[in-house]
Design a protein around this ligand. Structure first.
Ligand code: GDP
Ligand code: IMO
Ligand code: MG
Length: 435
C-alpha cells in the first residue's frame, strides 16, 4: 500500500493525529496536504502530550520525513514556535520539507478574519481566527506570497512591503487597526531566512520517494463536513480536507492512492456554528464533553457534542472513497446507560435517501436512532476484539452495517497504544458496500 490518506469523517477532532501516529510506524513520509494552524492534533505518549498545529503528526518517529505540501497555508511564527518546542523536547525537525508552492499567512490575514467574523454578528462562523480563509482567498486571487518566494530574499522583502502597505490601507479604510508595516517586514524577512532551508519541490520529492519504494501517509486536517465544497457551507473551513484534496494538495495523482482511512469518533463533535442534527443539548451532552475532554486543542473552545451519525458517515464514504474506518473514543461511553446511533434522517413523514444538499434542510431533519444498552465497564485494557463486551460489539457491527465499510482500528483510550484491531469476530458476512 504505497499511499494512504487519513481523513476526518465528521467535523474535525476525530482523533486523526493518534491514528496517524499509529500508522506512521509503517510509513516513510507523513504529509499534510491542506489547512494550516487552525488544526489541533494531539498525540499522547506516556506522560507526554504533543499538540501539533502545522507539523505532520508523524514527526514523533525518527524514520519519518514530515512534509508540509503545497495545499497547506503556513503561518511562519507558529511553525517555528512548534519546531522550537519540539526540539526542546528532544524531537528533531531537521528533516521537515516545506513545499515551495505552499502559501504563507501574514498578520493582515488574521486581521481580515477577525473583521469578517465581527461583521457577521449572529451569523458568525466561529473560525479559529488564524487567518485561514483570507490566506486561501489571496491564493485564489493570485496575490499570495508563497514559501518558494523566500529563496530570493530581496524580491521577498519588496513583495512583502508592497502587500503589507496595500493591506494596511485597506484595513484602515475598513475601520480596523492599522498594521505596523516596518515591524511586519522586519519580522517576516527574518522568518523567511529561517524557512529557506526547509523549502523544496515537494511534488518531485514525493514522487521520488514513491519510486524509491517508500510508503506515504497523507494527513488530512479538519474534516469532510468542514470541506469548502462538501461541508455545511458557509460553516466550513476554506480548504478541501476530503480525499480529492489530498491529490490537489500534494501533486500525487488519484491512482497513486490505494487506502483511504476515514476517522470517526464513537459520537460526534463540532466546534463553531452550523447545523448539527444529532447534537445533545442536555446533561448527556455535558457528560460526553466532560469524559471525552471535548475542548479545542487550539482555541480551548468547548466542542458541541452529539450522537454518532451514520447518514454523515455514509456521505463521507462516498465523497472520500473510504476503504476503512478508524473509530476512536469508544471508551468515552464506558459509564453510559444507553448509547444511540443515528441511522437515518426524517423530515415529517419522509425518510431522506441522501445527505441533504442544502444546509437549511439539514437544520430541519429529525434523526432516526437505534438505541443500545451501555456496557458499564472499562474498555481501556482490551486489545482483542472478541474481548469487547457484547454491547460494544453490537455497536460496532451496526455502524459497519449502516455505512458499508469495515471498521479496522478502534480507539479505547487517548494513549498511543490504547487501540485494538477490530475484525468482526464470529462474523463471516461481507459488508455490502465494502470496497
Ligand atoms: P484530531 O484533530 O482529529 O487529531 O483530534 P484532536 O487531537 O483535536 O482531538 C482528539 C482528542 O481525543 C485528543 O485529545 C486525543 O488524545 C484523544 N483521543 C484520541 N483517540 C482517543 C480514544 O480512543 N479514546 C480517548 N479517550 N481519547 C482519544
Ligand atoms: P482539526 O484538524 C475542528 C472549524 C472552526 C470553524 C470552521 C472555520 O484539529 O480537526 P477556520 O479557522 O478554519 O476558518 O474555521 O472550521 N475548524 C475546526 N474544527 N477541528 C479542526 O481541525 C478545525 N479547523 C477548523 O471551528 O467552525
Ligand atoms: Mg483537532
Amino acid at each position: 500500500m504505497p499511499v494512504t490518506v487519513v481523513v476526518g469523517a465528521q467535523w474535525g477532532d476525530e482523533g486523526k493525529a493518534k491514528v496517524i501516529d499509529l500508522l506512521s510506524k509503517e510509513h516513510g513520509y507523513v504529509v499534510r496536504y491542506q489547512g494550516g494552524h487552525n488544526a489541533g492534533h494531539t498525540v499522547v505518549v506516556g506522560d507526554e502530550r504533543y499538540a501539533l498545529q502545522l507539523i505532520p503528526s508523524g514527526i514523533l518517529y525518527d524514520h519519518v520525513v514530515p512534509v508540509i505540501a503545497n495545499g497547506v497555508v503556513v503561518d511562519m511564527p507558529t511553525l517555528f514556535n512548534e519546531i522550537d518546542t519540539l526540539e526542546r523536547r528532544g524531537i528533531s525537525c531537521e528533516r521537515l520539507l516545506v513545499s515551495s508552492h505552499a502559501h504563507l499567512i501574514f498578520p493582515w490575514h488574521q486581521a481580515w478574519d477577525a473583521l469578517a467574523e465581527a461583521g457577521r454578528g449572529d451569523a458568525k462562523i466561529g473560525t479559529t481566527l488564524k487567518g485561514i480563509g483570507p490566506a486561501y482567498a489571496d491564493k485564489s486571487n493570485r496575490i499570495g506570497i508563497r514559501a518558494g518566494d523566500v529563496l530570493d530574499p530581496a524580491l521577498f522583502a519588496a513583495h512583502l512591503r508592497e502587500r503589507a502597505t496595500v493591506e494596511d490601507a485597506a484595513l484602515r479604510a475598513a475601520g480596523a487597526a492599522p498594521l505596523d508595516v516596518n515591524a511586519i517586514v522586519e519580522e517576516f524577512v527574518e522568518l523567511a531566512a529561517r524557512l529557506a532551508p526547509y523549502v523544496r519541490d515537494t511534488v518531485s520529492a514525493l514522487h521520488d520517494a514513491l519510486a524509491a519504494g517508500h510508503q506515504l501517509l497523507l494527513e488530512g486536517a479538519q474534516a469532510t463536513f468542514l470541506d469548502l465544497d462538501h461541508g455545511t457551507y458557509p460553516y466550513v473551513t476554506s480548504s478541501n480536507p476530503t480525499a480529492g484534496g489530498a491529490c490537489v494538495g500534494t501533486g500525487l495523482g488519484p491512482r497513486d492512492i490505494d487506502r483511504i482511512v476515514g476517522i470517526t469518533k464513537a459520537y460526534t463533535t463540532r466546534v463553531g456554528a452550523g447545523p448539527f442534527p444529532t447534537e445533545l443539548i442536555d446533561e448527556l451532552g455535558e457528560k460526553l464533553v466532560d469524559i471525552g475532554r471535548e475542548f479545542g486543542t487550539v482555541t480551548g473552545r468547548r466542542r458541541r457534542p452529539g450522537w454518532i451519525d451514520c447518514v454523515m458517515l455514509r456521505q463521507a464514504v462516498r465523497i472520500n472513497s473510504l476503504t476503512e474506518i478508524a473509530l476512536t473514543k469508544l471508551d468515552v461511553f464506558d459509564t453510559f446507560e444507553t448509547v444511540k446511533v443515528c441511522t437515518g434522517y426524517r423530515i415529517g413523514d419522509t425518510v431522506l435517501a441522501n445527505y441533504p444538499d442544502r444546509m437549511e434542510l439539514l437544520a430541519d431533519v429529525e434523526p432516526i436512532y437505534t438505541e443500545f444498552p451501555g456496557w458499564n465497564r472499562s474498555l481501556a485494557d482490551i486489545r482483542e476484539p472478541a474481548d469487547l463486551p457484547a454491547e460494544a460489539q453490537d455497536f460496532l457491527r451496526l455502524v459497519e452495517a449502516e455505512i458499508g465499510v469495515p471498521i479496522r482500528i478502534v480507539g479505547v483510550g487517548a494513549e498511543r497504544d490504547d487501540y485494538l484491531l477490530w475484525d468482526r469476530p464470529n462474523d463471516d458476512a461481507e459488508l455490502v458496500g465494502a470496497r
